[in-house]
Design a protein around this ligand. Structure first.
Ligand code: PEP
Ligand code: MG
Length: 595
């Protein structure tokens, strides 16, 4: 009899609670592929097998793409990147060379090549680039499956409602699993930024990654509870736990639906103070979901993701134009659409352009600095934005620059934008001059000069993700210092208070698009400090709107005033928890975030 109630933990990356039977999928390294030495005369046979397998694998991806065409969550761009990798000449040459020089069969040569490349990738410090190795592994696993005659869809035929347990999943497999209506995903490897997670979010599949001990403790068919909020798995839960989680999961589904129905109501507090809740988007096709989840505008469109998962030429104006055009085409109107110029460098690298490595990339030539160092790329993007805007002149368009550090830097960027505007008008484009220009406040220095910046900006958006990392000297992606990454640190709150006051005095709009706005206690404090506009990933919007409707501004202002006299983040959190009591416990917003 199996052991009951074994708890496993990882990182919950897609919220939701599901109960189901485990279906195990082994990756490239677990499977006993047919590896054998070959006679010299077999070389050409193996080369042929390899080429046929490349073509067949390419076609499998093409078939998946076709099946998905037209779906709003179409991640075709990722599949295209995998198709390009399959036909990459360096990869093919490397495998072919090994077949001939080492006299090994195609499967073995693929595995050897994967091993050689893994060594190279593991030496790379940057987490994002390291994670891209998983793409290569997915492509090679597909090749191996094809070479060994396994069905291309074998992996994707789990029992209905299964919870998939895998070393890692390729985006293509995740798409097919999502379409096969599995109920959740657990992976041993993988980080928050992996493509698989992006797709799992699009399919709203509760997912926990980084469950390192999954294969030690989970067997095929085991009953599992997966809690994608907390990043928790329970293996073989007893009947009592199952009923507790089943009730919780039903409650959440019902609540989700009820909240979605109310999501279109305007955001406001219980006393009727309007609070705008906008959406953060990483891809243009998320805009439909954003509207469905009650977004009153787009507070942040991260334009760089297009170049991180897609081999697009970032210097090509047409690419930017097309992307923003698709975004605006789908926006049914109502509320602003905020485009952020590309925020690359640091931990975000495009697939194509080679950026020089820096000793300290977070403090190096990233974001707006990178854009200003490459004005032809910056201009290509800004011209693309404006040309797309010309097609939708009634959209309330906002363009903002990330990581603004000084007034001079902002003025330089703004001048480049205005120069693009003048050039386009001279070229005969009819572009309204109604677009607004703003700065992200995500550096401590920028927060402190908000009054000076306000003279030149139409609006501000607080980027708390970076602000916290720079103000507290805590890498936002390093789990060893994650406990020190505290948005409620009084130093952060005081800077936010200063910026909100400066904006109010200058009559400049101010909003927040960092993830701090997705947590109930910080959001209430921001409200108490005077913020009336919050931008967050669409999934949080119904929860945020619902919770805001339960609080009275006067009370929150009073609590906030006291909270800001307290010395530490822990004190502030404890005080707010105690003061809000059951109201905080009862909010589903806090439930989906309780980690
Ligand atoms: C931020 O820093 O808060 C932000 C919204 O930008 P990003 O997360 O893309 O750095
Ligand atoms: Mg940022």
């Amino acid at each position: 009899m199996s052991i009951r109630n074994v708890y496993l933990f990882g990182q919950g990356v897609v919220p939701g609670i599901v109960i189901g039977r485990a279906h195990l999928i082994q990756g490239a390294s677990q499977y006993a592929w047919n590896q054998r030495h070959i006679a010299p005369e077999e070389g050409s046979v193996e080369l042929d097998r390899l080429r046929q397998a490349v073509d067949a694998s390419w076609q499998q991806l093409e078939d998946i793409k076709e099946q998905l065409a037209g779906e709003s969550k179409d991640p075709g761009h990722i599949l295209e990147a995998h198709q390009m990798m399959l036909r990459d000449t360096e990869l093919q040459n490397s495998i072919e060379k090994l077949i001939i020089s080492e006299r090994i069969n195609a499967e073995w040569a693929v595995l050897r090549t994967l091993g050689l490349w893994e060594e190279r990738f593991l030496r790379i410090e940057n987490e994002y680039i390291r994670e891209r190795f998983s793409d290569l592994r997915f492509v090679c696993t597909r090749l191996l499956r094809t070479l060994s005659g396994q069905s291309a869809t074998e992996v994707t035929a789990p029992p209905p409602d299964a919870i998939i347990v895998a070393q890692e999943l390729s985006p293509a497999d995740t798409i097919l699993l999502g379409r096969n209506a599995v109920s959740g995903l657990i992976t041993v490897r993988g980080g928050k930024t992996s493509h698989t997670v992006i797709i799992a979010k699009a399919f709203e599949l509760p997912t926990v990654v980084g469950v390192t001990r999954a294969f030690e403790h989970v067997g095929e068919g085991d009953l599992l509870v997966l809690n994608g909020h907390k990043g928790e798995i329970i293996v073989n839960p007893d009947a009592k736990l199952v009923s507790v989680y089943r009730a919780q999961s039903h409650r959440m589904i019902a609540k989700d639906q009820a909240l979605l129905e109310k999501a279109h109501l305007p955001g406001m507090t219980a006393d009727g103070t309007p609070v705008h809740v906008l959406a953060n988007l990483d891809f243009s096709d998320e805009i439909i979901k954003a509207k469905g989840h009650g977004a009153e505008g787009i507070g942040l469109y991260r334009t760089e993701f297009l170049f991180m998962v897609h081999e697009k030429d970032i210097a090509d104006e047409q690419v930017h134009y097309q992307d923003v055009r698709e975004l605006l085409e789908r926006w049914p109107g109502g509320g602003p659409v905020t485009l952020r110029s590309f925020d690359l460098g640091g931990d975000k690298f495009p697939l194509t352009a080679q950026l020089g490595r820096e000793a300290n990339p977070a403090l190096g030539q990233r974001s707006l600095r990178l854009a200003l160092a490459h004005p032809h790329i910056f201009k290509a993007q800004l011209r693309g934005f404006l040309r797309a805007f010309a097609l939708f002149p009634h959209v309330e368009l906002r363009i903002m620059f990330p990581l603004v550090c000084s007034v001079r830097e902002f003025l330089t960027a703004r001048e480049i934008l205005l120069e693009c505007y003048r050039e386009l008008v001279t070229e005969g484009h009819e572009i309204p001059d109604t677009f607004k220009i703003g700065a992200m406040l995500e550096l401590p220095a920028a927060m402190m000069i908000a009054d000076l910046l306000a003279r030149h900006c139409h609006f501000f958006s607080i980027g708390s993700n970076d602000l916290i990392q720079y103000a507290l000297a805590v890498d936002r992606g390093n789990e060893k210092v994650a406990h020190m990454y505290r948005g409620l640190h009084p130093g952060i709150l005081r800077m936010v208070r200063h910026a909100i006051r400066a904006a109010a005095e200058a009559g400049v709009d101010i909003s927040i698009c960092g993830d701090l706005a997705t947590e109930p206690i910080p959001a209430l404090i921001l409200l108490g400090l005077g913020l009336r506009s919050f931008s967050m990933p669409p999934v949080f919007i119904p929860y945020a709107k619902d919770f805001l409707r339960t609080v009275h501004l006067a009370e929150i202002e009073e609590l906030t005033a006291h909270a800001l006299t307290l010395p530490c983040a822990d004190d502030i959190e404890a005080f707010m928890r105690q003061s809000l009591g059951d109201r905080l416990q009862d909010t589903f917003w806090s439930e989906i975030l309780e980690k």
